[in-house]
Design a protein around this ligand. Sequence first.
Ligand code: SF4
Ligand code: SF4
Length: 141
Amino acid sequence: MYSKILSLRFPSDIVNEPIVVNLVKKFDLTFNILKATIYPRKEGFMVLELRGHRKDYQRGLRYLKSLGIKVESIGQDIKRDEELCFQCGACTAVCPTGALYIKRPEMEVIFDRESCSACELCVIVCPARAMEVRFDRTLLA
Ligand code: SF4
Ligand code: SF4
């Protein structure tokens, strides 16, 4: 089973399409919507965990892109400022997906953006404010 957390940016002309339903029906995928803001006739934004067999996942992804949806790994929207991070490890205690973890024996705090779900817990706990969310927050207002 393949699983990935994605950010989807919808153009305004397709926000009323039953896209997520189609992902289930046509491509046999399951999903978990983590964040979403979609208004009629406006651009939409969604953070979605998509699960299924790898081939179905890739077919589903091609379907989304064919509709003009900009699809990215959500980790691309979370950034760590390496200058500010002082490797305290506080973020690893709250990260629910293991995207922030301590590599042993080096004791280095690693950020694996591919595993990030954009929950923002690390942003809250980081004493150095090294973790940044880059997606447009007004989209989630
Ligand atoms: S909490 Fe902040 S400073 Fe500490 S390791 Fe994580 S990102 Fe770096
Ligand atoms: S936003 Fe931070 S705490 Fe949440 S999954 Fe991503 S790295 Fe982990």
